[in-house]
Design a binder for this molecule. Sequence first.
Ligand code: GDP
Length: 430
Amino acid sequence: MANVVVIGTQWGDEGKGKVVDLLTERADYVVRFQGGNNAGHTLVVEGRQFIFHLIPSGILHTGTVCLIGNGVVLDPGVLIQEMDKLGAAGLRVTPERLAISRYTHVIMPYHRALDEARELRKGSTRIGTTGRGIGPCYEDKVCRSGIRIHDLLDPARFQEKLEANLEEKNFMLKQYFGAEPLESARIADEYLAYGERLAPFAANVSEILQAADRDGRNLLFEGAQGTHLDIDHGTYPFVTSSNTVAGNACCGSGIGPTRIHKVLGIVKAYTTRVGGGPFPCELLDETGTRIQKVGGEFGATTGRPRRCGWLDTVVVNSSIRLNGLSGLVITKLDVLTGIPTLKIAVKYRCGSQELSSVPPELKALEACEPVYEELPGWDQDIRRVRRLEDLPANARRYLKAIEELTSIPLDLISVGPGREETIVLRNPFD
Ligand code: GDP
């Protein structure tokens, strides 16, 4: 029995969805603990593509229970749409398969409206949020005016909270942003209907986890986004609105830290980043475009092209520190096939200083120049390889370099989007 957290070590989109899906074969429970429907996991199972924004991708495994923890912010309309889509594909989402914490905060229409109005107003200084109301929902959580799942189940309380919120939000929307105010009656009708639909799924996730853990079940905690998008430890302000590091698996679901046994870091074989913010290893040349095309580096949620660059072990090593990683998973190694010479950043040069971890201030990071180690590439198609020793020598050399530069063992190597396109070195549930 093991309880495992899966975390992105870069700026998100590392391919966590596929890894979580693969590990779910051994997991009894899959838990989401932060973020909202800004995360998009893309999975290819038996040639069919599924995109998940909210429901843990573990839902595709019939024996697994999926949990949405209190640390998530949930847009009920999006969740219901996702449930209905799965239903249409023959997969019924029942309360036996999915539970939502009663403490989970709900994304309201005014959160989305404020998100959009704010980004519009910011113009060129925008941070590139997905406009789904996630940031404003977390703001209300901290401000203690948020609406939680259990409020949706109590019409009188919901109405009271909605009115109190709307008074302030409409003032902001109208007076400050010059946007349209929102109507209380329409929101109440829509959200109380959501409440009725979701009532059977509302639960005490912390208690479910405790019982499962006591029964010796395997628990898998699925992080969204990546470590360097963490609200505290990331490249602020170009970050997401929650803590993405492994510690939040505990806060965001209601399990204690001593009950976590392993933390697996997902490392894409190169680096990508969506939206603004410093990116020392960014490739603004043909190689960058090639990686973007071959890797399909376009957002699952927004379709936005991702900026691409070389693998950066300064970024990965900072993630090892912040998450206490016990093993690494290298994804998308196949995307590098055919590039004659590969580079890995081993440290940064920042004026007269050499740095081996990401500096805390944006300005300092912007001034950093990566110092690269060059490695020879490979031409052979590696997508059919299932054993490390069958990889071309230069691909093995590339992996060895990562292991040496990070001092963390590699657990899995992903050589294609499919479940089977994986080299398993150690299963974290063993
Ligand atoms: P996540 O949010 O970290 O799960 O990242 P995405 O959902 O954006 O996943 C990245 C994309 O890469 C998806 O389209 C996956 O199907 C795909 N993918 C995952 N692993 C691999 C791999 O090893 N090779 C290739 N070529 N694609 C992969």
